[in-house]
Design a protein around this ligand. Structure first.
Ligand code: ADP
Length: 671
């Protein structure tokens, strides 16, 4: 076994590789970009080296720098993970030349599969079934058009050098072909520097089924069954599962053997995946499957295979790269139970899955067990930046059968709570629950077809949610008042009162919560041990408290409500009964400052940066005069004068960071 390896990657896959390597006693060298200095993979590694600025082309794609670190740190092997340099034959070759083992297939095998067209040519010769289509060298427009007509519409145009769904165009009729071709070529040229295309018959309701293969340096090769990755958005996987629902023994055998034949045809070594597109059978026919492409690396979704086989594929990769034989033979492998993986992304499904960037201010995850696995490179406090893939984590569940696994996934998704960036967790929960998925009626169009059910309007907060929001806010007001009373040394000070006492006001609070365009007001009256709330649905008594585990318990009349409530500045994220509600307290700065107004100091209502100081020491101002603007959570918050008075001190300058509760200004209210 290796003594030390370098992991040429970041994020969850770097962490995942490190954990297996360390379990095997292998020391790990991490590389990182300037943006990742505080990342989890750096913390987990035994050694870590910065290799350049945030942009991947200046860091994670700099094979030369990475190899230098490998040599300087005496790493014997380089694990490329997926993405970045993992399918770069030149890098694999450079490793070989430098005497460092590339933990992946030989460069020639990567090259053979690098072009979709060339791969098809090789696979066709090896007897692997291909989607009817054209993958020739000649690329004249007229010829391509003739080939498309011959295939019959709809036709799919793909970039030969493609990946990540880039360049793919569906053409429904002959008249649209020329324009679609030109657009595919443009995108392909821009993305891959290569405008060659191939044509395929476009299958209308196909499934994406892929086979995990493994080969060693001694000429042995086997398959570790299949994964069904049909649930996709924009041709990219969202949910993956193993085994594929409805897969017969015979079909599994024939697809597995075709995949092994594919691996053998190119002298493959290590972990690889052969992707097939499968058409369901009609009537008595068993349906067909066609080779799509081979990925010459570990796949994102490999954990579902690990869960059903009980094997560690990274361990296999390391053993095979050291020249050891495959740890098992084909007939020693068996499928146990069912596993599903959901990719949790920082993205907004409602905005066509647009990536969402920002800092993760709160992260709660389900407990890991035999049934639940979380692969992640992200911790609370980390930022999702525009530089890299916005994946937060992979959530993988296992159980004895598919329905039980889906129940596990539903429960686990409910417990996966992220604040600070928009995520797809609720979308995933709806996907798991939707009829088509539950019934395993799978094909790549599932998400599009069920759009209305999967992407409903966000639910409006009802009385229960408003009560929880109000309680969180009222408890915060109470806490601040108590802190103030303690700090003032006068427990009888009216400023320390937490019963809603306020100059010229009776003892109640009006809290206005905004959700998009909607505003709902809740009036809270103090009644000694409890509150009386005026909610849209009527008057109710409310009491409650924060629990040890950070959750909030509320008694609304006789009902006990339990939720996770995260307050970030003026935002409240409420996770209640599997749904997340995002409420804004209207005009938070005014509200917070009012409750804090006691003529001693004005504190920052949340951590942030001072972006404007609008007043001077000694200035006499009226109530409501804007004094300082803070920027926090990408929003501006104006700190205003709590009453007529004088600014006695300014503690911060523009550009400075302030912590929550830090005093911004000294202020004296006029008598
Ligand atoms: P990329 O490498 O760009 O991701 P693939 O060739 O792997 O592209 O295809 C990605 C996805 O596009 C597949 O999983 C499948 O959903 C869809 N797809 C590919 N080929 C076809 C086809 N001939 N007919 C219908 N859908 C297809």
């Amino acid at each position: 076994m290796f003594k030390k390896i370098l992991i040429a990657n970041r994020g969850e896959i770097a962490c995942r590789v490190i954990l297996t390597a360390q379990r095997l006693g292998v020391k790990c060298v991490a590389v990182y970009s300037e943006a990742d200095a505080g990342a989890r993979h750096v913390a987990l590694a035994d050694e870590a080296y910065c290799i350049g600025p945030a942009a991947a082309k200046d860091s994670y794609l700099r094979g030369d720098k990475i190899l230098k670190v490998a040599k300087d740190s005496r790493a014997e092997g380089v694990h490329p993970g997926y993405g970045f340099l993992s399918e770069n034959a030149d890098f694999a070759e450079a490793c070989e030349k430098a005497g460092v083992v590339f933990i992946g297939p030989p460069p020639a095998a990567i090259r053979a599969m690098g072009s979709k067209s060339a791969a098809k040519f090789i696979m066709g010769k090896a007897g692997v079934p291909l989607v009817p289509g054209y993958h020739g060298e000649a690329q004249g427009v007229a010829l391509l058009k003739r080939e498309a007509d011959k295939i019959g519409y709809p036709v799919l145009i793909k970039a030969s050098a493609g990946g990540g769904g880039k360049g793919m165009r569906i053409v429904d009729k002959a008249a649209d072909f020329a324009a679609a071709l030109a657009s595919c070529q443009r995108e392909s040229k821009a993305s891959f520097g290569d405008e060659r295309v191939l044509l395929e018959k476009y299958l209308t309701r196909p499934r994406h089924i892929e086979i995990q293969v493994f080969a060693d340096t001694r000429g042995e090769a086997l398959y570790l069954f299949e994964r069904d990755c049909s649930v996709q958005r924009r041709h990219q996987k969202v949910l993956e599962e193993a085994p594929a629902p409805g897969m017969s023994r015979t079909r599994r055998g024939s697809m597995g053997e075709a995949a092994v034949a594919a691996a053998r045809a190119i002298g493959y070594v290590g972990a690889g995946t052969v992707e097939f597109i499968a058409e369901p059978g009609k009537g008595k026919s068993a349906g067909t499957f066609y080779f799509m492409e081979m990925n010459t690396r570990l796949q994102v979704e490999h954990p579902v295979t690990e869960m059903i086989t009980g094997l560690d594929l990274v361990e296999w990769q390391l053993r095979v790269a050291c020249g050891e034989p495959l740890p098992r033979t084909q007939d020693q492998l068996a499928i146990n139970g069912h596993a599903v993986e959901a990719r949790i992304y920082a993205e907004d499904p409602a905005k066509n899955f647009l990536p969402s960037t920002g800092r993760i201010t709160h992260l709660a995850t389900p407990a890991e067990s035999r049934h639940v696995r979380i692969d992640t490179g992200v911790r609370a406090g980390d930022a999702i930046t525009p530089f890299y893939d916005p994946m937060i984590a992979k959530l993988i569940v296992w159980d004895s059968d598919r329905p039980a696994a889906l129940s596990r996934m539903r429960a686990a998704l409910e417990q996966f709570q992220v604040v600070g960036v928009t995520t797809n967790t609720e979308f995933l929960a709806r996907l798991i629950a939707c009829d088509a998925f539950a019934a395993a009626d799978l094909d790549t169009g599932l998400i599009e077809r069920n759009r209305a059910q999967l992407l409903p309007e966000p639910p409006l907060a009802g009385d229960e949610v408003l009560a929880l929001a109000a309680l969180a806010e009222l408890l915060a007001i109470e806490r601040r008042a108590k802190e103030r009373a303690a700090a003032s040394g006068d427990p009888c000070s009216p400023w320390g009162a937490c019963d809603g006492w306020r100059l010229n006001q009776d003892n109640h609070h009006i809290l206005v919560f905004r959700q998009g365009e909607h505003e709902q007001a809740v009036t809270a009256h103090y009644r000694g041990e409890h509150f009386e709330l005026e909610l849209p649905g009527g008057r109710h008594s409310l009491s409650g408290a924060w629990q040890q585990d950070g959750s909030l318990t509320a008694w609304l009349e006789d009902a006990v409500l339990r939720a996770n409530v995260v307050r970030t500045g003026s935002s409240l994220d409420i996770f209640f009964r599997g749904t997340r509600y995002r409420l804004e307290l209207r005009d938070p700065s005014l509200h917070e400052i009012e409750t804090d107004a006691h003529g001693g100091n004005l504190a920052a209502p949340m951590p942030g940066k001072v972006i404007a100081v609008l007043t001077k020491r000694g200035a006499k101002v009226d109530k409501g005069t804007p004094l300082i603007i803070l920027e926090a959570m990408k929003m501006e918050h104006t700190i205003v004068a709590p009453g007529k008075g004088t600014v006695t001190e300014i503690h911060f300058k523009v550009g400075e960071q302030v912590g929550e509760g830090e005093e911004l200004l000294g202020f004296e209210l006029d008598a």
